[in-house]
Design a protein around this ligand. Structure first.
Ligand code: MN
Length: 130
């Protein structure tokens, strides 16, 4: 059963992308995928997703730059963006939140908790009316 919610996953690691897509689709969410900033721009020029999962370490245009771009577009300003990052260092979270992300999920992806984390962010955004 589909919830009708669309998640854009921006991730250059094919294995992570496949895992995330599998978990989200299994949970009834629709997935759009992009392996770099340009592919993400193309998806975003066609539709406004309900949430964006953003690997912060992308080839070329990095995650923070892409987040800043997205936040400048009126139609996308309120779409929740959750950073996916292997960075475990204190300070990164603050840097990503200050840069326009709404939350943070650490890699490697924890299969048991990933979908419930994503759902919490979706629900928080819906409650916020944003
Ligand atoms: Mn990456």
């Amino acid at each position: 059963m589909s919830s009708g919610r669309v998640i854009l996953v921006v991730e250059d690691n094919a294995q992570n992308l496949e895992l995330v897509e599998y978990l989200l689709e299994e949970a009834g969410l629709e997935v759009r995928q992009a392996m770099d900033a340009q592919a993400a721009r193309e998806v975003l020029s066609d539709e406004v997703p309900d949430l964006i999962l953003m690997d912060m370490q992308l080839p070329g245009t990095d995650g923070l730059t892409l987040v800043a771009e997205i936040r400048q577009r009126e139609a996308l300003r309120h779409v929740p963006i959750i950073a996916l990052t292997a960075h475990a260092m204190r300070g990164d979270r603050e840097r990503f939140l200050a840069g326009g992300c709404d939350g943070y999920i650490s890699k490697p992806i924890q299969v048991a908790s990933f979908v419930s984390n994503v759902r919490s962010f979706l629900e928080a955004a819906e409650r916020g009316g944003g």
